[in-house]
Design a protein around this ligand. Sequence first.
Ligand code: APR
Length: 259
Amino acid sequence: MGFVLPAELATRLRAARSIGVITGAGISAESGIPTYRGKGGIYDDPEQGDRTIEALSAPTLRTDPDRAWQAIAKIAGAASGAQPNAAHHALVEIERKVERFVLLTQNVDGFHAAAGTRNLIDIHGDTFKLLCMKCGRRGDLSREPDIEPCIQTIVATGKAPRCECGGTIRPDVVFFGEMLPEAKVQRLHDEFYHRVPDVVISVGTSNMFPYIVQPVLIAAQQGRLTVEINPEETEISGYVAYHLKAKAGEALTAIAAAL
Ligand code: APR
C-alpha cells in the first residue's frame, strides 16, 4: 500500500482549479542526484560545501572558469546519467488534470522539462544550456561522449569548454552573487503573487531563498491550501496546512491519483 493522503486533503485538492508547485533538489533525490543540504547533501561537509559555493560563484566563473566548470560538471555529471523519477512524472499528470498549473523549480537538472512539464519557471536555469560569454552564441552541453562540448571531456580535462570565437562558455544558470533573470522573476510574480493559486505545494526544498518561501506564505495568508512534502522540517513547516513527511515520489503520485 503506497502513501495515503489525508482524506480531507484529497477532497480539498479535488476542489482546486489552480495548483502552483515549487520544487528543490529533494525531488531529484530519488533519481540518485545528491541534494545540497539535508542528509547526505553536498554541503553536508561544510568545508566541501563552502568550496562548492565559492566555485559556483560569479567571481570564480570570471577569474577561474576551469574551477567553476569542475563544480558544474559534478552536478551536471550526476544528472546526465540519471532520469526524471515518479515525482517528476506525477507533476506532469497533475498539470494535465487541473485548469491552471505552474511549476517553479530551483533545479538546474532539466528533469521537469524532460518529463514534460509545460508551464515551468526554471528560476536558476538549466545546466545543459550553454552561452558564450564573448559572442553570446547558445548551445547544449552534451551527455554523449562524442558530441562536444560534453560532460565527459570537462570531467576528464577539468577545463572549461571554449567557443569557436575563443570565448569562455558558461552554463545558462544563476551563479551565487548573480541576479535572477528578470523575465522569470516577472513570471513568478504573475503566477504566485498577482494570481495566487488555490493550492501551493512545496516539494523537496530546504527553503533557503525568500523568493521560494514567499509564494507559500502569501498563499497561506490568503487562506489558500498549502502543502509541504519533505521528510525533514524546514522554514515553512510551521506555516503550511499540511506537512507530508514523505518522499516526493510517493506523495506526488498519491496527489496525482487523488485528482
Ligand atoms: N523527497 C522530498 N524531499 C526530499 C527528499 C525526497 N526524496 N530527499 C531530500 N529531501 C529534502 C531535504 O530534506 C531538503 O530539505 O530536500 C531538501 C533539499 O534541500 P537542498 O539540498 O537545500 O536543495 P534546495 O532547497 O533545492 O536548494 C536551493 O540552493 O545551493 C543552492 O542553487 C542551489 O538550487 C539550489 C538552492
